[in-house]
Design a protein around this ligand. Structure first.
Ligand code: HEM
Length: 457
């Protein structure tokens, strides 16, 4: 390839030996935004023995969308994760034509229309979980939401409730991501007894899901994601061999845990800090539940709820960056980025830039009104990633967030516990509110109030 640029991109200032290790293990979104403002859309960072070229800004997101499939690959990012599950490859680590085929096979089970068809279960699960929240006692925020979301996804996309496995699933997924994908934690963590125990339990869950999808146990009914995977495995066992089934089959138990779970937790924090928005969202939810439940049509019209969700995804993105390896040399912003280079695309940097989102630190849902539409500017709003691996469950997630949060505010009145809690984000493996984010149920409302007033105790 002929190149016109030859000099190296600038390097972000860091400490001797460790480079930017601490910055990369902390609030990476803020770190990349600062470097973008000082160094421009391409710069290098160093963490112990690893070095990366960072691409940032709307120009980077547009590049990945248009050219990413030609120049970038995912294999190395997810290889160790797959190997820990005994697999040679999975959808996230595939590229090119085989990735497209795998994605097409999994699309129906992760689609917006699939969750629309199962809305009744989504709301029922949320109501059951909320009904178990004790009155006036501190409830761990992230965990409570992870429970609801994973129960929804596991039940509707894989036909199995992960309830009894949730704690092991959390240890397993979070350790794997931190030790084998983001490398914020040492790889040795996947050799500890705690991790091994969790892995055994996850293997048990996998065996259960496989068992309930044996052809003789599936009669009638709508197929779910695992049925689609098993069908592909039977039709083309070389393309999706038994050894590669585990990450795909466990997808529904992994996909929502630190994504929708953390986003709903951030959203709840934002609502509890902005009582005016909470009131507006509650009024909207109450009106939508006027006939007892939420229809897909009603979810589509949850205007305040959707805008609170969009602003949460902008201000508190759970995936601030994506990692890739350069498969074919390219030029970006006047620099040559050579084949083999490790690249981080800091996708959500524009979320924090005032030229696209004025007063970016302000939680402002008016940004998304038809008059402003700030998120529609090209390459600036990228909570679900960009390019060929852009989140396959984005539509599913939007419905899941809206339906879950509308049900919660309709069913219970919540308060922060303690009331003066200020958000601290825990960065490992992906950003989420820290363990001190707790809330309590101040009062039951909606159906929860009717149910508890009818109880004898
Ligand atoms: C707030 C919620 C969510 C956010 C912010 C989010 C974000 C992302 C991002 C940034 C990626 C790209 C990763 C990369 O390129 O390396 C991704 C991929 C993916 N997401 Fe999500 N996600 C969310 C929820 C979900 C849900 C609920 C599902 C399933 C129902 C899902 C399924 C997937 C799948 C299967 C991929 C891999 C796609 C591929 O490799 O082609 N996500 N997600």
């Amino acid at each position: 390839m002929e190149t016109t640029a030859s000099h190296a991109p600038p390097t972000a200032p860091g400490l001797p030996l460790v480079g930017d290790t601490f910055a990369l293990a902390g609030d990476v979104g803020a770190f990349f935004t600062r470097q973008y403002l000082q160094l421009g859309p391409v710069f290098r960072v160093r963490a112990l023995h690893r070095a990366f070229t960072v691409l940032a800004g709307p120009e980077a997101n547009l590049f990945v969308t248009r050219e990413g499939s030609k120049h970038l690959r995912s294999r190395e990012t997810w290889m160790e994760f797959d190997n820990e599950l005994g697999a040679a490859r999975s959808m996230v680590s595939m590229d090119g034509a085989e990735h497209a085929r795998m994605r097409k096979a999994q699309q129906p089970g992760y689609s917006r229309s699939f969750i629309h068809e199962h809305l009744h279960d989504v709301i029922g699960i949320t109501r059951r979980e909320v009904a178990e929240w004790p009155l006036d006692k501190p409830i761990p925020g992230v965990y409570a939401l992870q429970r609801i979301i994973t129960e929804q996804l596991g039940t509707i996309a894989a036909g199995v409730s992960p309830r009894d496995y949730l704690d092991d699933m959390i240890v397993f997924v979070r350790t794997l991501l931190a030790a084998r994908v983001t490398h914020q934690r040492p790889a040795l963590l996947t050799r500890t007894p705690r991790f091994r125990r969790a892995r055994k339990r996850v293997e048990e869950l996998y065996a259960t899901v496989r068992a309930v999808h044996e052809p003789d146990r599936r009669s009638g009914g709508q197929s779910d994601l695992v049925d689609d995977l098993m069908a592909l495995h039977h039709v083309d066992p070389q393309f999706l061999p038994e050894t590669d089934l585990m990450p795909a089959v466990l997808g529904p138990f992994i996909a929502g845990l630190d994504t929708v779970g953390s986003t709903c937790a951030f959203m709840l924090y934002a609502l509890l800090k902005h009582p005016d928005l909470l009131d507006r969202m509650t009024a909207e939810a109450d009106a939508s539940f006027a006939h007892g439940t939420l229809t897909a049509e009603a979810v589509r019209h949850l205007d305040v709820t959707h805008r609170v969700a969009l602003e949460t995804l902008r201000m508190y993105p759970i995936a601030p960056a994506i990692k890739r390896t350069v498969s074919n040399t390219f030029e970006f912003a006047g620099y040559t980025i050579p084949a083999g280079e490790k690249v981080i695309v800091a996708t959500t940097v524009p979320h924090h830039l005032p030229q696209y989102f004025p007063d970016p630190e302000r939680f402002d849902i008016e940004r998304y009104t038809p008059e402003r539409q700030e998120h529609r500017q090209p390459g600036v709003f990228v909570p679900f990633g960009a390019g060929s691996h852009v989140c396959l469950g984005a539509g599913f997630a939007e419905v899941s967030i809206a339906a879950t949060m509308a049900t919660i505010v309709h069913e219970v009145e919540l308060a922060l516990d303690p009331p003066d809690y200020i958000l601290k984000t825990s960065p490992v493996p992906t950003p989420s509110p820290d363990d001190r984010f707790r809330f309590r149920v101040a009062r039951r409302r909606g159906r929860a109030a009717e149910a508890s007033s009818g109880r004898q105790d």
